[in-house]
Write a protein of this length. Sequence first.
Length: 193
Amino acid sequence: MENTQDNSASQNPTPADNPAAAQTIQQPGVPDATSAPETVDANETEALLAEAQARVTSLQEEFLRAKAETENVRRRAQEDVQKAHKFAIENFAENLLPVLDSLEAALTHSSTDLAKVREGVELTLRQLTAALEKGRVVEVNPVGEKFDPHRHQAISMVPADQDANTVVSVLQKGYVIADRVLRPALVTVAAPK
């Protein structure tokens, strides 16, 4: 009888007796345990890929918007610089208009009184000086100062009671605008003793 039991056991092996058979036997309605992780991994991978592609698209759109905004800022700044160059003298010209008006009025006036003409010229000179000051144009009148070749132009050296290389007299005033020389002052300089 023993033989019969062995024989029946060998004919109907149980999953415990044959591990390979256990892997291939499936019950109906139950998903295969070995294929489930691959399906889940594929779905997760596709979801992650779609999410990454959406993020890339979003970043590309943000980059293009930022690039366009940067280009607009650059273009506006360039236009502002062009306008500043074009209209930089506008303020200065507005300050000079009263001087022009005074000169035109002087030409139309037919006064023979020299005192009135002189008074009109002095008034016009004050207007011109004020307009230049508003435009930051400053007069250089360096009498008694040490000679500065960057701001003064020496015409001659003369013997004087002053220290050597100091300005004795100014033949023509110089002008600077914001510490930049427009015209150097023409001067005579004290000669060394």
